[in-house]
Design a protein around this ligand. Structure first.
Ligand code: SAM
Length: 447
């Protein structure tokens, strides 16, 4: 970051991936402006300057858009990095996400406009049940130097305390108090009965921390070899930080929380992975099974894979809704698999495999259907090449980073897989994030 005092006055005219609005500088370079709504004229401070583009932060709104509102999130209004779109009406944010999804699928995925009209019929990004606020039932708070829980500051290393984030179900964060271990985290979940569970996770041991909290955010784009080696060091530090063993203490409730999807129930570690939006697991499970059914016809699928399967939500849906012959779940997190083992004790058709997807799938029986729900980094070229070698008839791909999702869809195309349908979900209201699901079928043509 260069962080300058230089101000620009410009009109922004379209949304970009990452929650910014794009305008043009006098020299023709694109300017990605945070805190602005397409259509507005703003004064913005340049934060970063690159040969081909600039990033900037709105400091004054000269002509506000009709969709500009008082911030819905008090924490974001005080500098927290949680709700970067809380100054825009939630319906309009959803419309902007739909534009971004189409744009990114076109630019990165390589799909033309006519194709996108067919793949994304109707509303490209749909709302989940519930409103734009209070939808989150699972969160992670950071603990500041005075032992108070709060949210990471937007673009900085500080922690914003005292103001609630509007995403949270208020029950989750009421009366948390203080006195927690500085530098640690609080994992908080509401279970399916509305009971709150809180687990304190101690700070990262000094040896793994490498001097405090890890650098936030991803690597910079492009840059010098010095910049790249700094990015590599930062990435290594983030990995060490993430993987370091940390002490846990139950503050309220239990170390696991019950979550229900359809007729199944899981006991998930409070500090483990579960979808943040209370309506997300049911919505995604129903979408994936609908998509697979429409691609396969009414025949029950034979062998299925549920990759990056967590506790096996999709394995359960494939079994219960589509009567799949067998499902192989691959997941690296032992806590998620322990939860899966309990839920699937009597399911002889569901097989659990602990480890890395890239390492394990070569030894699984050939699949007819693959469902995969990778982390934000997406599946990437190596795993997609392995999947194509396994030659399933149908692939259902779930992605929470729209850029990586589009890249992965483009990669499938090179291996002879064609998307039949894509659905976007506004699973993170008040933010620029969205979830997308695509179903692809094997074909010989390329897009
Ligand atoms: C986005 S979550 C999806 C979980 C699950 N499908 C669900 O909806 O609950 C991604 C999961 O992938 C797991 N994971 C991440 N990298 C992995 C890898 N290389 N191999 C296997 N599992 C991985 C994580 O532990 C996490 O549970």
């Amino acid at each position: 970051m260069t962080d300058t005092d230089i101000l620009l006055t410009l009109r922004v005219d379209r949304p970009a991936n990452g929650g910014t609005a794009v305008g043009r500088a006098d020299d023709g370079r694109a300017v990605f402006v945070r805190g602005a709504i397409p259509g507005e004229q703003v004064t913005a401070r340049i934060v970063e300057e690159k040969p081909r583009f600039l990033t900037a932060e709105t400091v004054d709104v000269l002509e506000p858009a009709p969709q500009r509102i008082d911030e819905l999130c008090a924490a974001a209004a005080h500098g927290a990095g949680c709700c970067d779109q809380s100054f825009i009406t939630p319906d309009h944010v959803r419309g902007l996400k739909a534009e971004v999804l189409r744009d990114v699928l076109g630019r990165i995925g390589g799909f033309d406009a006519a194709r996108l009209d067919r793949l994304l019929p109707g509303e490209a990004v749909r709302a989940l049940d519930g409103g734009a606020t209070g939808w989150r039932i699972l969160t992670r708070l950071a603990v500041d130097a005075d032992g108070r829980p709060g949210l990471h500051e937007r673009g900085g290393a500080g922690i914003v305390t005292g103001d609630p984030c509007a995403q949270n179900d208020p029950l989750m964060v009421a009366d948390l108090g203080d006195g927690y271990a500085p530098g640690g985290d609080l994992a908080i979940t509401l279970d399916d009965t509305g009971t709150r569970h809180i687990v304190e996770i101690g700070p990262v041991p000094a040896a793994a921390a490498g001097g405090g909290r890890p650098p936030r955010g991803g690597p910079e784009r492009g840059g010098s070899s010095r910049g790249r080696s700094r990015d590599r060091r930062a990435a290594q530090q983030r990995r060490r930080h993430r993987e370091a063993p940390r002490p846990q203490r139950v503050v309220a409730g239990a170390p696991t929380a019950g979550h229900r999807v359809g007729a199944r129930r899981w006991e998930i570690p409070v500090a483990g992975f579960w979808q943040g939006h209370r309506a997300a697991p049911d919505t995604y499970a129903a979408t994936v099974t609908d998509m697979v059914r429409s691609a396969l016809g009414d025949a029950a699928p034979g062998v299925c894979w549920d990759l990056y399967g967590g506790a096996g939500v999709f394995a359960a849906a494939l079994t219960d809704t589509l009567a799949a012959g067998s499902v192989h779940v691959v997941e690296s997190d032992p806590g998620a698999l322990e939860a899966a083992e309990h839920t699937f004790t009597t399911d002889t058709g569901i097989h659990l495999h602990r480890g890395e997807v890239a390492r394990l799938i070569a030894d699984l029986p050939a699949p007819q259907v693959v469902v995969l729900d990778p982390p934000r980094t997406g599946a990437g070229p190596a795993v997609i090449a392995q999947l194509a070698d396994a030659a399933p008839e149908v692939i259902a791909h779930v992605g929470c980073d729209v850029g990586r999702f589009a890249r992965d869809l483009g990669l499938y195309g090179r291996h002879g897989y064609t998307p039949q349908r894509i659905a976007g979900f506004d699973a993170f209201p008040l933010t620029h994030h969205l979830e997308a699901i695509a179903v692809l079928v094997r074909s010989t043509s390329r897009h």
